[in-house]
Design a protein around this ligand. Structure first.
Ligand code: SF4
Ligand code: SF4
Length: 384
């Protein structure tokens, strides 16, 4: 017994990771112009390109991230492969020992890039978003003629070279009838061991820069009932997994706003601003990591983001509803969504509120007309 106590009280020497994850949005520009996209700027937007981080700046972020114990970087965009220095940045990350997760639409995968990915594998499966199974549907989403053929060429190249990747999709009016066809195709991809994931409750523009685009996004979102029908295609499986989830994560969260992992990792936007997550672009919650006197800008940003746990909601509507709502764990309402929708961190997002209520009704936790924030005896309704 004494030995055991001594053993467990010995200081354990190990490297503790300060930085749990790193996402770098290499560019906001994209070679697609998807109807639902909350971020893209045109591929040839010169002003955006001129403001983007330089190769050296991205490399210095990767270097500090590795020193902070980070094990993986996600390169995303826009379309990250638009950057002419993509291969150099990829090699830098891999030399630093980082795994590299690449989010791409696959249109710019060339034999040269495929060759590099074979010689020096990213060590984590690439993720490719598929916007349709045919030129008509794909290009009704991407709004770029010829993009479907390029996407298929990119995917075929990866398959030929046996470079592991998974596919996911977005459910939109031009492609939602193709779900079965998409899944049959996806099932033949050797690295797909699960059903593909779908995006369907689309965010508005999180830079809050395009009202017209926001109107379009709001128009093409699935209705809450359609969303639930997709989530519960296998009703028994959906019920079981949601009830298990509910047992762990459901319940009111009071007025604390950030109950997620935001700020444990870092998201760096294309211009060198660190954000607590990709969606939270509120200026008071971002830190410039390239224009700074500090030698350790990422560590400073991490220190700054410890303030998130102290941020409290002040909006009376949030306090009356979300702060006491038992659907909080299930509902996608969060500061990032609130920011995109209303430019505040604590306004309930009505669309997401309706989606969560539709799920609650489907699961039998709510009756028609009931509001989740008014149900006090919710534990009796939620099994698990
Ligand atoms: S491919 Fe992705 S980043 Fe590009 S426009 Fe479409 S959704 Fe946006
Ligand atoms: S369901 Fe509505 S009230 Fe409940 S957390 Fe979501 S947005 Fe807030």
């Amino acid at each position: 017994m004494t030995e055991f106590v001594q053993f467990v009280t010995q200081p354990v020497k190990r490297i503790v990771s300060r930085l749990s994850s790193l996402d770098i949005e290499l560019t906001e520009r994209c070679n697609n112009d998807c109807i639902h996209c909350c971020i893209n700027l045109p591929a040839n937007d010169r002003a955006a390109k001129a403001r983007e981080m330089t190769t050296g700046q991205v490399k210095s972020i990767l270097t500090e991230a590795a020193a902070l114990g980070c094990l993986q970087v996600r390169f995303t965009g826009g379309e990250p492969l638009l950057r002419p220095d993509f291969e150099e940045l990829y090699l830098c990350a891999r030399r630093l020992g980082l795994k590299v997760l690449i989010f791409t639409n696959a249109r710019l995968i060339t034999p040269q890039l495929a060759d590099l990915l074979v010689r020096i594998p990213p060590l984590v499966f690439m993720e490719i978003t598929v916007y349709g199974m045919h030129a008509g549907s794909y290009e009704a989403v991407s709004r770029v003629p010829g993009s479907f053929a390029q996407f298929r060429r990119g995917v075929d190249l990866l398959l030929d070279c046996k470079i592991p990747f998974v596919v996911k999709s977005t459910l939109l009016p031009p492609n939602k009838a193709e779900m079965d066809e998409f899944e049959t195709w996806a099932d033949k991809i050797p690295w797909m061991d699960k059903q593909p994931r779908y995006s369907m409750f689309f965010d508005l523009r999180n830079r809050r820069d395009d009202e017209k685009k926001n109107e379009l996004i709001a128009l093409i979102r699935l209705s809450p009932a359609e969303g639930v029908a997709v989530l519960a295609r296998d009703a028994a499986k959906y019920r079981k997994s949601t009830e298990e989830f509910a047992g762990k994560f459901m319940g009111p969260t009071s007025e604390a706003l950030f109950r997620c992992g935001a700020g444990c990792g870092l998201c760096i936007d294309a211009y060198g601003k660190a954000q607590p997550c990709m969606g939270v672009r509120a200026p008071k919650l971002t830190r410039n990591v390239i224009v700074t006197d500090s030698d350790t800008p990422l560590r400073d940003a991490l220190d700054f983001f410890t303030c998130l746990k102290d941020i409290r909601a002040a909006n009376p509507d949030y306090l009356r509803r979300c702060a006491v709502c038992f659907l909080k764990g299930l509902c996608e309402q969060c500061p990032a969504k609130s920011w995109a929708e209303y430019g505040t961190l604590d306004t309930p997002v009505e669309y997401l509120c309706e989606v969560a209520h539709a799920q609650g009704r489907f699961l039998g936790w709510l009756k028609d007309g009931e509001k989740a924030w008014e149900i006090h005896a919710w534990k009796e309704r939620v099994k698990g």
